[in-house]
Design a protein around this ligand. Sequence first.
Ligand code: ATP
Length: 289
Amino acid sequence: MAVVTLHARAKVNLGLWVGALRPDGYHDLVTVIAPLALADTVATRPARSGIVLRCDSAEVPCDERNLAWKAAEAFFAASGIKSGCHVAIRKRIPVGGGLGGGSADAAATLAGLNRLFGSPLSPARLRRIGARLGSDVPALLLGRPCAVRGRGERLRRISLPRLNLLLHCPGHGISTAWAYRALDRMRQSGPALTPPVLSPRLLSLYLRRNEPDRAAPFLANSFEPVAFRRFPALRRVRNLLLQSGADAACLSGSGSTVYGLVMKQDWKDPMAAMSRHGSPCLATSTIPA
Ligand code: ATP
């Protein structure tokens, strides 16, 4: 029987700028989303009817709450195909850490089912369906680094080299909805804490030229003040990464993962230093384009 097995790649946000709350309740943002070698695998195959989902992680629901399940439902609704499917997820992306694991599985399910059933939906249509499932899904469908603007719906491919990253995943999640609310409250009550607007073009240029010192100021995240206030250990991890030899360190998404970018030296020494400090990291790299 036909099976399509795809990598469902995690992502990091290489910088994340969040603008003020808009009248429509959303925030403008500017970020660079970089897909990672770190990935789940998602295997899809047809079933006579219904959706059957399996996952090897007990942390992830295997019912309609799973984003991959929602993606399968959306695929059949949009394509009009009267069929069902099996979805099997091998989970390798830490859950709830701002690495986009659910969105990655949703993107791989959409792409897998589309391939399995003869490509009834165009890539642009898949991205529009993906955007309704989660703001990172369109970028993860593209599978290459891109600059993201607006509410997350405006994507532009950008060129990036392979970047070595160390990820520290603290083992607890941070709710994105909470992070936006906390950021709005902090901005209402205190001084403007918005970092300078990220320039994806300059970030891409400096990273391609191997100029980490010039790229580092762009690797800031608007959520850091709220995430670091609520979880001070994350600020310590960011500082430890820098002391351990990372060229830049930053929160990914609304957290809780903090990553270090290692360009000037081999990643093994900073990785060993982080373990000695009691903050072990996982080594991965971005997918270049
Ligand atoms: P993002 O960065 O997109 O906000 P995240 O990386 O912080 O997401 P996920 O790993 O996607 O977080 O998981 C967040 C929540 O989504 C978890 O509580 C989990 O139960 C639920 N979830 C639903 N489907 C999945 C899935 N396929 N993989 C992981 N989590 C899922």
